[in-house]
Ligand binder design. Structure first.
Ligand code: NOJ
Ligand code: CA
Length: 561
């Protein structure tokens, strides 16, 4: 990149407002709850909050179905609360990034309501006349992408739920509305946007049917509707007239960008500053969560490094392990070792020192794990409901479906944040909207804050070391290259000026031997010497001998050459 971007120093923490902190005893997290916990976030060392949607919404998809882009959902608070949050966060050096859900609105948005009668608004959505569904595409939350308009021979299009009709970006007036709204929020002091489901913005030719990929005779909309030619015109306009209005950090939820198009999305000339790449995130299942896939740490490491290497020539990655759509990273990536704090720390360090901006999801810093639910009624997630139905349709055993949901449901990341070991984890005075994970009495912020060996303390130290330590420039700006390892170790080097760092993360329960490419000699100190300043590690002091390093199970090691 030509210039060093202003946002390179940021560490982003994602908050799912419904589940972070309830301030008024209704069992639902809210903006005042977030304000209460700003000191906690400041102490952790993060510099930006990505707030999942907190706009007015019927909450069919917990706020990803917006009915007013310029109003706060009453269950989360008021616009005054939002202004206070922006101000109070700012006083602590924390910026606010909003979630921009502009592929679709709620069907309760006034535009959609008016669209039924006023032609000017009708063009804001995709309506097609006819007496049957125009094609066989399956929506992300199940069933057809087409919903019949009651009493008419007419359908409207929805990539997600039927209560999330897709906006029609071919309409210049719609684009104007969205751009004006972006500018309005920037004027209020917002410092960035995470942009939802953005690769769906431009629609594929609706007359194309696909070869069915399920017993329902439909085909996943994802195999048609993403990164369609022409999308760049709309995204360029959004950047030019919206995002460029004031300095802001934009990060795209960019499922399914074609390899040759990646460089259009980010970098100096890109539509966005950063993008999330989901290929490595989805290596644990085939077409749906119902069909799990065997995978190895080596394979995962190779995929992560592939994204890094592809991105490096023109931009930076948004690095993450968790978000509100993902299971808990400890459970997913460490499987049987999810409860081993040393394993959880190394998992965190592995992605944190890669090139790019680290994103952290609420509760990840405590090493939270997945829950186990016994019945489908205990879930509260559109995707889980849909896959339950589809599994039954496929003739799967209900226990097997439940087992899959217990691995993958989006609810795992959405359980209320455990602040202490009071009833309901100090999240609320009353039973929360979604059941907590069972183990909050042990895994909570208050307990971990007091323990210098806890995962929380580790994250705090790691963030400080990355952002302010002696190798800061190398972590923030240095190049990256993969290191070969024969083990279940993810390894890479980082280089900046005369600093070269070798980084190994042993994601196995076995001691391993790794080779240092070239000689290692710490400044004036012998490599075996404890306290050598050229080493950062977790676990016991690592043994280094000649060109070999020996890592204990689950150990991280960074060594300067
Ligand atoms: C992606 C969001 O992360 C997810 O939570 C949501 O359901 C869909 N987009 C639809 O907005
Ligand atoms: Ca509340």
């Amino acid at each position: 990149m030509k210039n060093i971007p202003w946002w390179i120093n940021e560490v982003v923490y994602q908050i799912y407002p419904k589940s972070f902190k309830d301030s008024n005893g209704d069992g639902i997290g809210d903006l005042q709850g977030i304000i209460e916990k700003l000191d906690y976030l400041q102490e952790l060392g993060i510099t930006m909050i990505w707030l999942s949607p907190c706009f007015r919404s019927p909450m069919v998809d917990n706020g990803y179905d917006i009915s007013d882009y310029r109003a706060i959902a009453p269950e989360f608070g008021s616009m005054e609360d939002m202004d206070e949050l922006i101000r109070e966060a700012g006083e602590r050096g924390i910026k606010i990034m909003l979630d921009l859900v502009i592929n679709h609105s709620s069907d309760e948005h006034r535009w959609f309501i008016k669209a039924k009668t006023e032609p000017a608004y009708r063009e804001y959505y995709h309506f097609l006349e006819g007496d049957k569904e125009p094609n066989n595409w399956r929506s992300i939350f199940g069933g057809s992408v087409w919903e019949k308009v009651p009493g008419k021979d007419e359908y409207y299009y929805h990539t997600f739920h039927r209560k999330q009709p897709d906006l029609n970006w071919d309409s210049p007036s719609l684009r104007r509305e969205i751009i004006d709204m972006v500018r309005w929020w920037l004027d209020k002091g917002i410092a960035g946007f995470r942009v939802d489901a953005i690769t769906f913005l431009k629609k594929e030719d609706f007359s194309r049917n696909g070869i069915p990929d399920g017993v329902d005779g439909r085909v996943d909309v994802g195999s048609f509707g993403r990164d369609v030619e022409g999308i760049g015109d709309y995204l360029s306009q959004l950047r030019k007239e919206g995002f460029s209005y004031r300095p802001c950090l934009t990060v795209a939820e960019a499922y399914g960008v074609k390899e040759e198009n990646r460089k259009n999305y980010i970098g100096d000339e890109g539509y966005f500053d950063l993008m999330f790449d989901f290929e490595p995130t989805e290596l644990d299942f085939e077409d749906t969560w119902l069909h799990p896939r065997n995978w190895t740490i080596r394979e995962w490491g190779q995929q992560l490094m592939k994204v890094q290497m592809e991105t490096q020539p023109y931009g930076f990655c948004a690095n993450f392990l968790e978000n509100h759509d993902q299971p808990r990273a400890a459970s997913k990536y460490l499987r049987g070792n999810a409860h081993n704090p040393e394993a959880v720390k190394t998992l965190g360090a592995m992605y944190f020192f890669m090139r790019g901006l680290p994103f952290l999801y609420q509760g990840q810093e405590l090493g939270l794990v997945n829950f186990r639910r016994e019945k489908i009624e205990e879930f509260d997630d559109l995707s889980s409901y849909d896959l339950w139905e589809r599994g039954l349709e496929e003739g799967m055993d209900p226990d097997r479906i439940l087992a899959m949901l217990n691995l993958r449901s989006r609810d795992h990341g959405r359980t209320p944040f455990p602040w202490n070991n009071d009833r309901y984890g100090g999240f609320s005075q009353v039973r929360p909207w979604l059941a907590m994970t069972r183990e909050y009495p042990e895994a909570n912020a208050e307990a971990q804050k007091k323990d210098p060996e806890s995962i929380l303390s580790f994250y705090r130290e790691m963030i400080a070391f990355r952002q302010k330590g002696k190798w800061k420039d190398c972590f923030l700006l240095g190049s990256i290259a993969p290191l070969e390892s024969p083990n279940e170790v993810i390894a890479y080097s980082r280089e900046y000026g005369n600093i070269r760092l070798y980084c190994w993360f042993n994601l196995s329960d076995k001691p391993v031997e790794e080779t240092i490419p070239g000689d290692f000699s710490g400044e004036g100190k012998k490599e075996e010497d404890e306290g050598n300043p050229e080493i950062w590690h977790t676990g016991p002091w690592p043994r280094i001998s000649g060109e070999k390093v020996f890592l204990a199970p689950w150990q991280s090691l960074i060594l300067r050459r």
